[in-house]
Design a protein around this ligand. Structure first.
Ligand SMILES: *Cc1c(COP(=O)(O)O)cnc(C)c1O
Length: 485
């Protein structure tokens, strides 16, 4: 193999601290005692934790080595499709840690929290501008949580008209959380297939839309990385039967400031601040999934809402139609601060440019790898492109083999076997933060792996061979997790 990002011999093994410890070793000297000694009785000391005795260098090396086993966006390209694993500028973290924010208690009276309330109020406005929607709540803690809030609002809307719908349309290209959120709200989801171009046709929706259907949940751009180009027509059909259009906007990174969601018929939309707006994610949060709505749904938004009154910012519960509270206090404020800082530091033109570059990068990869891997839909994509292992089938090489081998070349695997509508999917989302040079390195690595699949398929079946661990038994790992190391 020629030199590549993944060439290394200096990832060191590391035993557990308990195996390293030696009785009496010490990493810390206590200052001289200036009070009488006091013997704690055995009852207290006997039940203490069994900490190993270690020197300072033992501890420093242990944790430094473990940190080097990690792979993150600070280490290299992370082309995990559907996740927008872009690089998040550190300055946004710094702003979230400013003492005035990090030290603010959620129970502070409003006259002592004008700054943070103003930030939340303005952030709602920024998100309205970026999406083309009328009103926003920052309360939901994640994308799926925003979806649930949106479903509750759609339910409240129908209820206010004395209607009780039981169904909601969910296309096969929607994110998996969509039918789950609908079900949690009591709706039965009615699946609808996307057409041969990978998008939803108006005819398919017209066929199943009826008065018992609360609306439709469309992921746009969809999970195939394609823009739902018939959404305006679809919205007209849904609206004509009294339904509402929910848009899963977790893929906003492709269309920031470009698509006016309100104008194309969307009534309710959620965003993932922890994808598009500068909060690193994975590992369980915290996140933020703001929900944006059209004017006539504003009264249903969760309380408390931040309102501006005579140049003062207040938290108001005075919205009798509200669906209620979705989160303790106001949501995850730290994530909001990062988003606010990111949006201000970028400005409208650069946010738009970020989306344009995200789309350009994905199309560059799509074009360069077409024919190397099988392209699922041969048409321009949005922020991510989707291949499959179809061309490697003859060698009995699977998507899993391909991406495991990519790790040997120093790249985190793309998303695999998702979306389900593409067999053996390899879903690549480069994001705007990768340079052309990085994309070219990734493309070269993919080409080398595809060549090996032809000439030496066994190499792929054994991959990864240069990583800390070899191929893991993922089923056993999931069923019988060993959490002690
Ligand atoms: C990530 C994602 C979600 C879910 O977001 P969470 O914050 O993980 O709940 C929903 N829809 C789409 C399209 C996504 O990419």
């Amino acid at each position: 193999m020629k030199e590549s990002l993944g060439t290394t011999g200096l990832i060191l093994n590391e035993p557990m601290l308990w195996e390293k410890g030696k009785k009496g070793r010490c990493g810390f000297s206590y200052p001289q005692r200036d009070v009488e000694s006091y013997h704690l009785d055995d009852e207290l000391t006997g039940t203490g934790p069994d900490f190993p005795d270690l020197s300072e260098v033992d501890v420093v090396r242990h944790f430094t080595r473990l940190s080097q086993w990690n792979f993150g966006v600070d280490t290299g390209m992370y082309p995990l499709g559907s996740c927008t694993m872009k690089y998040n500028p550190k300055t946004n973290e710094r702003q979230a840690r400013l003492e005035g924010f990090s030290g603010a208690h959620p129970l502070l009276p409003t006259h002592l929290s004008q700054g943070v309330l103003k930030l939340m109020f303005q952030l709602e406005g920024f998100l309205s501008d970026i999406t083309g929607m009328d009103a926003v709540t920052l309360q939901p803690a994640a994308g799926a949580h925003g979806e649930l809030a949106g479903m509750l609002i759609i339910h409240a809307f129908h209820k206010s008209k004395c209607l009780h719908c039981s169904k909601i349309i969910v296309p096969d290209t929607a994110h998996g959380t969509n039918p789950a959120s609908a079900a949690l709200c009591g709706y039965r989801s009615v699946p609808v297939k996307s057409n041969e171009k990978g998008v939803l046709s108006a005819e398919a929706v017209a066929e199943i839309m009826d008065e018992d259907t609360a609306g439709i949940m469309i992921t746009n751009p969809n999970t195939l990385g394609l823009f739902e180009e018939n959404v305006k027509k679809i919205a007209e059909i849904v609206h004509s039967k009294g339904g509402l259009v929910y848009c899963d906007g977790a893929n906003m990174n492709a269309v920031m400031g470009i698509v006016h969601m309100g104008e194309i018929g969307v009534d309710v939309l959620h965003l993932n601040l922890h994808k598009t707006f500068s909060t690193p994610h994975g590992g369980g949060g915290p996140g933020s999934g703001p929900l944006c709505v059209k004017k006539d749904l504003e009264t249903f938004l969760p309380v408390p809402r931040v309102v501006k009154n005579n140049n003062r910012y207040l938290l108001s519960e005075n919205f009798p139609d509200s669906i209620g509270k979705m989160h303790t206090f106001y949501g995850n404020v730290g994530v909001m601060i990062k988003a606010y800082s990111y949006i201000l530091s970028m400005g409208p033109d650069n946010l738009k440019k970020a989306s344009q570059l995200a789309v350009l990068n994905a199309n560059y990869i799509q074009k360069k790898l077409q024919g190397i891997f099988h392209l699922a839909y041969d048409r321009p994509c949005m922020h991510e492109c989707i291949f499959s292992d179809k061309l490697q089938k003859a060698q009995k090489i699977t998507t899993l083999d391909i991406v495991k081998r990519l790790m040997d070349y120093g790249f985190h695997p793309p998303t695999i076997y998702f979306p389900l509508v593409v067999n053996g999917a390899i879903m690549i989302e480069p994001t705007e933060t990768e340079s052309k040079e990085n994309l070219d390195l990734f493309i070269e690595a993919c080409k080398a792996v595809a060549n090996e699949a032809q000439d030496n398929p066994d190499l792929l079946r054994k991959a990864p061979t240069r990583c800390k661990v070899r191929r893991l038994d993922e089923t056993t790992a999931a069923r019988h997790p060993c959490l002690t190391g």
